[in-house]
Design a protein. Structure first.
Length: 343
């Protein structure tokens, strides 16, 4: 079977990581073009050994020059809509980085366009591609210990340099929390219906916006989840997934995933404590491609199959995660007032 041909768009910090760390390990695909409008970014790729013939300053040129079947989009969120629209209208399948779009309306527009073009549209929610969240989701789905009741999540990092969104009003929510919100939906098999979120900034010298937040989310089947996040925490650093505790009817689950590079699997941990019994270590021991390599692999497999390959979320599915995130922002704007999650 011939390899799937892909175009990669975006060679900023995150896009370059895709290009140099993720895509070289992607099996079953050939990257036939790298696109960025910044000449310096293209020059860096050429200096790193990428043939000049694979470097393009416009997506239009890459689309007409190659026979790519799919496009990976790793540009800033504000231009997701324009770039994904261009790729879909050209008849290509698309995998786009999170957040999916700047607004729910933009995301809905892209979902409608993908349906009209009969193309596959996916969002790279890479935290779904770790063994522990999948194991927990299976326990919940199969009601091994009953249904979910409440969840608690703590995320702590000390990033005094401002991370990548030092001037954004809500850097923690738009950059990191959407991962956790998407994981909530994925693990619970429920949709958030209402959120209340408060944010704050303990030190104006680093972030102009709010790098700390606390949120309560109510879900459509009755589960309530509380989440706390902090980019300026002096406490013990958590894995990028945060530290999770999920109460089911008959047990409590404690778990983490996604460690720091280079060993992203080092944080995999799942401990189940049935009511009145000793804790049981159910940490998964095997994994396929994880993290962004997992999303890219599922994208390639989906193109070959002509249909979505789980657990990669379609654009239609990920509308709910984006709406969740943007509802949290609206609630923070309203000093924590409850806000309905609307798609």
């Amino acid at each position: 079977m011939p390899n799937v041909q892909l175009i990669h768009v975006g060679l900023g910090n995150w896009g370059t990581q895709w290009a140099q760390e993720v895509l070289p390990a992607l099996e079953g695909a050939d990257i036939v073009a790298y696109v960025d409008t910044n000449p310096a970014a293209l020059a860096r790729m050429e200096a790193a050994g990428t043939p000049a013939g694979l470097l393009f300053s416009s997506l239009a040129d890459a689309l007409t020059t190659t026979k790519a079947e799919g496009v990976i989009v790793a540009v800033r969120t504000q231009v997701h809509h324009a770039v994904v629209t261009q790729a879909l209208r050209a008849g290509r399948h698309v995998l786009v980085e999170k957040p999916f779009a700047s607004t729910v309306e933009e995301a809905q527009d892209l979902v409608r366009l993908a349906e009209a073009q009969k193309r596959l549209l996916f969002v790279s929610q890479n935290y779904r591609f770790f063994p522990t969240p999948n194991a927990v989701a299976a326990l919940v789905r199969d009601r091994v210990y009953g249904g979910p009741l409440t969840g608690e999540i703590d995320f702590r990092r000390y990033i005094p340099a401002g991370h990548v969104y030092p001037t954004d009003p809500y850097p923690l929510l738009v950059d990191m929390a959407i991962h956790h919100f998407d994981m909530m939906r994925f693990i619970l098999g429920e949709e958030a219906v209402e959120v209340s979120c408060r944010t704050w900034n303990p030190s104006r010298g680093v972030y102009l916006g709010a790098p700390c937040a606390a949120l309560t989310a109510s879900f459509d089947k009755g589960t309530t989840v509380t989440w706390r996040g902090n980019y300026l925490s002096r406490g013990t650093v958590t894995p990028w997934s945060g530290e999770w505790r999920l109460d089911l009817d008959g047990a409590s689950l404690a778990f983490t995933c996604r460690a720091d590079a280079p060993d992203r699997l080092a944080a995999e941990k799942l401990v189940v404590t049935p009511i009145g019994e000793a804790p049981i270590d159910l940490t998964p021991s095997t994994a396929g491609p994880v993290d962004r390599l997992g999303t890219a692999t599922a994208f390639v497999e989906s193109i070959r199959a002509g249909k979505p390959v789980a657990p990669l979320p379609t654009g239609a599915d990920n509308l709910e995660s984006l709406a969740f995130c943007l509802a949290a922002v609206r609630s923070a704007d309203a000093n924590g007032a409850p806000v309905r999650v609307e798609v």
